[in-house]
Design a protein around this ligand. Structure first.
Ligand SMILES: Cc1cc2nc3c(=O)[nH]c(=O)nc-3n(C[C@H](O)[C@H](O)[C@H](O)COP(=O)(O)OP(=O)(O)OC[C@H]3O[C@@H](n4cnc5c(N)ncnc54)[C@H](O)[C@@H]3O)c2cc1C
Length: 452
């Protein structure tokens, strides 16, 4: 039996679901709002420089199924493997290893002492029963101490989140913020940098085409079933119990559309769920490409820029170190990320690019008067903002969407999960495992509508 399935959104999640269901013989149609597929994983070639539009992306996963899938996807042109080498720019020309708390001995002595002493004090307070705070600002001090807060965590996180850290919760921290044991912090303080984040010590990156090569390969078997320039505007129940997407009938709908947009598309949404969805918050990322002379390329994968005097950029990636194909021979490239509140996007015209380049020049990373090429792109929906009531809002929305038979929300913003593309692909495999037997029976509703 073949089912008709509408997929709203042609990013990695939508394309992967399309590929998996089409391979089962179902009639899938992917609606993509933009003129191109790929969502946050798009790349662009500008004068021979390949540029990932939403900042530096790497292929890294702990999921064996996804890792094997990538290997198979690139069987004819294996992705480049790189040893991760990341740094924090503490002061001009002073790079320290990442994570910060595993490298305290690389700091100037007075900063090392401030961080170590405060880290020890916070440890003792926790041991004495100091309860875990519920906001990110206090959590940083509770977990790492005031020294690490002042010298790295506060300035960096203010820069990236564009939000008062007291108004952010902590539910997202596990697995996202390094969690060094005190022993490692003290060892690092004495001068032996300890290992943090070892799980990401190697990563892959497509040899040609930038990160976009992944979703372009995923999409190959379903290219004819993708409709670009079609923002889905209406999703409603069909009289026969199926679904209408912009008036066209389908048996099932897979939505990767950001949850905060759904109330506008689904007028029948429960009022409480719609209010919760509309109150979710997010941040954008502006990606800036700078083609540079090879002499400015440092031997790093990426570098965090926590301080205000380093300009608006929070992180740069040396994209030309990921694959030699990312820049013309003898040249290099820097990709700078500037996060923003969607209400106040930064400039991406020549003046905006130059402002970012000047910040990087001030940080000692390039010469703004000697740029080979520049480009920039705004990605308005890039990071989930974990405000204090995030969990309850998300749970309220998903309780409603997951109860709708034949509607399946998936993806980074489709479920508001802080997921990289590998985790999104892993979720697609899981959803497909659940949907496949149901659709094979003729596309009827799932036995358990809370399919996730
Ligand atoms: C700065 C940054 C760095 C990252 N680094 C990495 C990394 O190193 N490795 C990694 O694997 N991942 C990384 N990610 C995460 C990765 O980008 C996402 O996990 C992935 O893009 C999510 O895929 P998605 O399909 O869920 O969403 P998206 O990529 O956001 O795609 C959603 C698609 O839906 C479309 N759409 C929206 N509304 C509608 C509508 N109404 N109708 C039709 N279409 C619609 C959009 O146009 C878009 O194409 C990073 C993300 C950011 C922001």
């Amino acid at each position: 039996m073949s089912a008709r399935v509408a997929i709203a959104g042609g990013g990695p999640a939508g394309l992967m679901m399309g590929r998996l269901l089409a391979a089962d013989g179902h009639d899938v149609k992917v609606f993509e709002a933009g003129s191109e597929i790929g969502g946050l994983c798009r790349s662009r070639v500008v004068d021979g420089y390949t540029f990932d539009l939403a900042g530096g992306h790497i292929m890294f996963t702990r999921n064996q199924r996804v890792s094997d899938f990538w290997t198979e996807l690139f069987a004819d042109d294996p992705a480049v493997e790189t040893e991760r080498c990341t740094r924090i720019l503490h002061r001009k020309d002073h790079f320290v290893s990442y994570p910060f708390e595993n490298a305290l001995g690389e700091l100037p002595l007075e900063h090392n002492l401030e961080c170590t002493e405060a880290s020890l004090q916070s440890y003792l307070r926790r041991r004495a029963g100091d309860p875990e705070p519920d906001n990110f600002h206090d959590w940083i001090r509770w977990k790492m101490g005031a020294g690490i807060a002042e010298h790295f965590m506060d300035p960096y996180n203010r820069k990236i989140w564009k939000s008062d850290l007291r108004e952010m919760g902590c539910s997202w921290i596990a697995g996202r913020v390094p969690d060094a044991p005190l022993e490692d912090v003290l060892t690092a303080s004495l001068g032996r940098t300890t290992d943090g984040y070892t799980h990401q010590s190697h990563f892959r990156y497509p040899r040609t085409g930038g990160f976009a090569a992944i979703h372009e390969r995923i999409a190959r078997p379903i290219v004819a079933r993708i409709e670009t320039n079609h923002p889905v505007q209406n999703i409603e129940r069909a009289p026969d119990g199926g679904w209408l997407v912009d008036g066209e009938r389908f048996d099932h709908v897979i939505s990767t559309v950001p949850l905060h947009v759904l109330p506008r598309l689904m007028p029948a949404m429960d009022a409480g769920a719609a209010a919760a969805a509309s109150a979710l918050q997010w941040r954008g990322v502006a990606g800036y490409l700078f083609g540079i002379e090879a002499e400015f390329v440092r031997p790093f994968s990426w570098v965090y820029l926590p301080h205000a005097d380093q300009g608006p950029t929070n992180r740069i990636t040396y994209l030309s170190n990921y694959s030699p194909e990312n820049a013309p021979s003898g040249k290099g490239s820097i990709m700078a990320e500037v996060t923003y509140n969607p209400a106040t996007p930064p400039g991406i015209d020549d003046a905006g690019r130059m402002e970012v380049a000047k910040g990087l020049e001030q940080a000692g990373l390039l010469d703004a008067s000697r740029l080979e090429v520049t480009d920039a792109h705004l990605n308005p929906v890039s990071y989930i903002l974990y405000d204090l009531d995030f969990e309850s809002k998300r749970n309220t929305v998903l309780a409603w969407t997951d109860a709708q038979e034949g509607l399946h929300c998936i993806g980074r913003f489709g479920r508001y999960e802080y997921h990289n593309s590998d985790q999104v692909l892993a979720r697609c495999f899981e959803l497909h495992d659940k949907l496949a037997p149901v659709l094979a029976r003729g596309g009827g509703p799932l036995a358990d509508p809370a399919d996730g």
